[in-house]
Write a protein that binds this ligand. Structure first.
Ligand code: ADP
Length: 493
């Protein structure tokens, strides 16, 4: 019988404990699928004080105190844990605890002033080393350590340096997943001594990046395999500075170890048939019931209901990445069309102000909710007719895949995972699942929305596109198998 793999999955955010974006969805669902495939996978994340310990039954692991040298200080930590049940199998989640670092209102950004925490470098140096120390305390030797984004990028580097001769990790291989290359974790050189790493890794083929420290680069260079969250994004990030953000050369060099694996969807959470957040459950067999959610959504946003006017939803971080400037540029034209727009988002103030402004000017057409609301996110997926994602770049994107299952046709810019997951609708063949445009251009966006509206006005065609979308299967099963194969390929026979 093949050996059962021990897989350590380290992430700075994991659903349902802590979330700012798609990384949390992936870190919450991929390990569950791997567990189903019989891998002994265990999750490690920081013990943020915003996590409800009572609700998730999080306990101290006895005798788990450890100490990490951060510069000239010895910083204490300990391990907490809980267990999730995955189809009768246990999945252990370990939390790295230190009050000074993780007892905050936000994960990376202070919600009071929207600035990154000044000690983010130190916090994630501590977390990265804490994961390795915790593993030794637990006495569980990982075959694979799967790290994610810059917050855990130091782990592969530690394994090749400070822990390079540690017999405990002698057979451990590393996988590093890039969820978003635009956030690289770049810090001042003056912080370097906090890592305890030898200075010879601070060089151009190491973690140095224009005389600063780049934690994403550490993950890319020192891990045994790199993945990113769609095939198309894997290509894009090697090809140009537009997508590679200065790391395109480093990535191109590691191309033979770089794999694109599309994220999956957890349909136990994101499906209109199982969704406990929405007033009316439905499926492909009774699509007509979706209208109850449309009514509820419009009521929630204080907008008038008209069955024949399409509602276009958008749930997004309000960041340049997400194409809000394009919406702004096209807004006059879009708002002349017969449609309603419903937004949910938090982030850049300039975009908040823009959304508030169009809402004020178009009170019957535009609904805006600034903030983070999981419940509302589900209602938008269920209650909208179309979902808008005109991203400048999009490593994978999850909402467009959720939308398909809710019969909410995505309107997307064909970049990264949006290109991979959405098929252009064709009026003649009636095939396709959504509406795509290629150039990052306001006229292309307006043209595509107009085409979507035209299809919407023909009830039969619209029903077809909804059905096409609802039939798609982006469950984690397929992608989890690909990760499992990758893990196995790294282990010597
Ligand atoms: P990204 O990770 O770049 O933010 P993704 O599409 O991969 O984008 O994932 C975003 C996830 O975060 C989705 O689950 C989406 O529903 C959720 N999300 C984003 N903004 C909000 C918000 N304001 N309220 C609730 N959920 C949100």
């Amino acid at each position: 019988m093949p050996k059962k793999l021990n897989i350590l999955f380290a992430s700075s955010e994991v659903e349902p404990f802590a979330k700012t974006g798609g990384l949390a969805d992936v870190s919450g669902s991929l390990p569950k699928e791997i567990r189903k495939l019989n891998g002994d996978i265990r999750i490690f994340l920081p013990h943020y004080s915003t996590i409800d310990s009572a609700k998730y039954n999080i306990k101290d692991l006895p005798n788990s105190e450890f100490e990490i040298q951060i510069g000239s200080n010895k910083i204490k930590g300990k391990i907490k844990l809980t267990s999730l049940n995955v189809n009768g199998k246990q999945l252990t989640v370990y939390f790295i605890h230190n009050e000074n670092y993780f007892d905050r209102g936000g994960l990376y950004v202070n919600p009071l002033n929207n600035f990154d925490y000044e000690d983010n470098f130190e916090r994630f140096v501590f977390f990265s080393r804490g994961v390795l120390e915790a593993t030794k305390i637990i006495g569980w030797q990982p075959d694979i350590i799967h790290t994610n984004d810059w917050q855990t990028g130091l782990i592969p580097l530690y394994l090749k340096t400070l822990y390079g001769n540690d017999p405990f990790f002698a057979n451990t291989k590393t996988v590093f997943t890039i969820h978003n290359l635009a956030y690289q974790g770049i810090f001042e050189k003056s912080e370097f001594s906090k890592t305890g790493l030898p200075w010879d890794v601070f060089r151009i083929d190491g973690i140095e990046f224009y005389d600063r420290i780049n934690l994403m680069k550490a993950g890319i260079i020192y891990s045994d395999a790199i993945t990113t969250v769609s095939k198309n994004y894997a290509k894009e990030i090697c090809s140009s500075v537009e997508f590679g953000y200065g790391l395109e050369g480093v990535l191109a060099e590691r191309k033979s170890n770089l794999f694109g694996i599309l994220n999956g969807v957890d349909y136990s959470v994101w499906s209109p048939l199982n969704d406990d957040f929405i007033p009316q459950k439905y499926s492909g067999r009774n699509i007509g019931k979706k209208i109850v959610n449309k009514k509820a959504l419009l009521e929630k946003y204080g907008l008038p209901f008209n069955e024949n006017i399409p509602v276009i939803g958008m749930i997004s971080r309000l960041a340049d990445q997400k194409g809000l400037d394009l919406i702004e540029a096209a807004s006059d034209e879009l708002l002349r069309l017969d449609l309603q727009l419903v937004f949910l988002g938090a982030g850049d103030e300039k975009y908040q102000l823009f959304l508030e402004r169009i809402k004020e000017r178009n009170p019957e057409k535009v609904g805006v909710h600034i903030g983070f609301s999981n419940e509302l996110a589900h209602l938008i997926e269920a209650g909208s007719d179309m979902f808008l994602m005109p991203s400048r770049y999009e490593p994978c994107g999850l909402n467009q895949m959720y939308s398909l299952k809710y019969g909410t046709a995505p309107i997307v810019r064909a970049t990264g995972g949006l290109e991979d997951s959405i098929e252009q609708y064709n009026s003649e063949t009636k095939l396709g699942t959504g509406f795509k445009f290629y150039d990052y251009d306001k006229n292309e966006l307006s043209k595509t929305v107009r085409f979507a509206l035209e299809v919407f006005s023909d009830k039969k065609s619209w029903l077809q596109i909804m059905k096409n979308g609802m039939k798609q299967d982006f469950s984690w099963k397929v992608s989890a198998k690909k990760y499992m194969e990758l893990y196995k390929s790294l282990i010597p026979e």
